[in-house]
Design a protein around this ligand. Structure first.
Ligand code: NAD
Length: 304
């Protein structure tokens, strides 16, 4: 059987396919026309967040049984078209949870201790010791919005920091909450009481601009807001206002309403925000797991 790998995949995942006797065709990010051509004779297609597996591709792929996405989001796959043709779609949603949680902590610490700001100043030849007074985390409260895979990993680390943990989620996993010493509260209470607020919900109608001007105004003046989930969960315009006018202490953002973040965006002008280019899952370990886990699922389906 033939498998088209249409995006960079960890070598271990490719090895696994080959060792199971599959023929691997590799082409990085083909455009739609090329993908239609390549997909014609394959049993499976494996992608990442690119390329787009459109209806046209799916309809042209006569032998296709499964589409694998190494990673989480399925927005680049026409799920409706796949369903109509009985093609299974599999992904590896848990592969990057720990890595995203660790980046969350990198952002929390970078904001609390002004690491990025201090580094910028050092490179300008400025010894900015006085401007770099920060915040200690032990004994403070962290509010975790979305206590799923990533939220849970963030909480495990928070426990090690000796922080009080507040949780907000529409589904309450009390067993996991107890394990990390966290307490479920309403969103308003979490926003009012937390020194660090970190977002780990998916982007849905119910979470679009969940953090808006009104919610930012509920936060403490010394609060740190972290968004490593999806850009549109935070109203950027309101956040820029909050950061400029000092309603909160600072923010750490890995995701944006517009990606890539436009050059000269107002956020890039502020010293109390740390920005990273959507790198939550960008670790060797997460990429290896994402590749291997999705390949295992694809193999299982093809061997049925
Ligand atoms: P998950 O599904 O395991 O957890 C999400 C949690 O949010 C669930 O417990 C769910 O009940 C809760 N939730 C859903 N809607 C809610 C609402 N309206 N109010 C309160 N809680 C709600 O997801 P996860 O794997 O932990 O991922 C969380 C987020 O991280 C997602 O937005 C995902 O897109 C993002 N993510 C970012 C990166 C990155 O590179 N920065 C990488 C992977 C995932």
């Amino acid at each position: 059987m033939k498998i088209l790998v249409a995006a960079p995949l960890h070598p271990k995942a490719i090895e696994l396919l080959k060792s199971e006797g599959f023929e691997v065709i590799y082409e990085e990010y083909p455009d739609e026309e090329r993908l239609i051509e390549l997909a014609k004779n394959v049993d499976a297609i494996i992608v990442r967040s690119k390329p787009k597996v459109t209806r046209k591709v799916i309809e042209a792929a006569e032998k296709l049984k499964v589409i694998g996405r190494a990673g989480v989001g399925l927005d680049n796959i026409d799920l409706e078209a796949a369903k109509e043709k009985g093609i299974e779609v599999v992904n590896s949603p848990a592969a990057s949870s720990r890595s995203v949680a660790e980046l969350t902590w990198a952002l929390i610490l970078a904001v609390a201790r002004k690491v990025a700001f201090a580094d910028r100043k050092m490179r300008e030849g400025v010894w900015a010791k006085k401007q770099c007074m920060g915040i200690e985390l032990e004994g403070k409260t962290i509010g975790i919005i979305g206590f799923g895979r990533i939220g849970y990993n963030v909480a495990k680390i928070a426990k090690g920091f000796g922080m009080r943990i507040l949780l907000y989620d529409v589904i309450k996993n009390y067993e996991k909450a107890e394990e990390v010493g966290g307490k479920f509260v309403e969103l308003e209470e979490l926003l009012r009481e937390s020194d660090v607020i970190t977002i780990h919900v998916p982007l849905l109608d119910s979470t679009y601009h969940l953090i808006n001007e009104e919610k930012l105004k509920l936060m403490k003046k010394n609060a740190i807001l972290i968004n490593p989930a999806r850009g549109p969960i935070v109203d950027t315009e309101a956040l820029v206002k909050a950061l400029k006018e000092g309603w909160i202490y600072g923010a750490g953002l890995d995701v944006f309403e517009e990606e890539p973040l436009p050059k000269d965006h107002p956020l890039t002008k502020l010293d109390n925000v740390v920005l990273t280019p959507h790198i939550g899952a960008s670790t060797w370990e997460a990429q290896e797991r994402a590749g291997v886990q999705v390949v295992e699922k694809v193999i299982e389906i093809l061997k049925q």
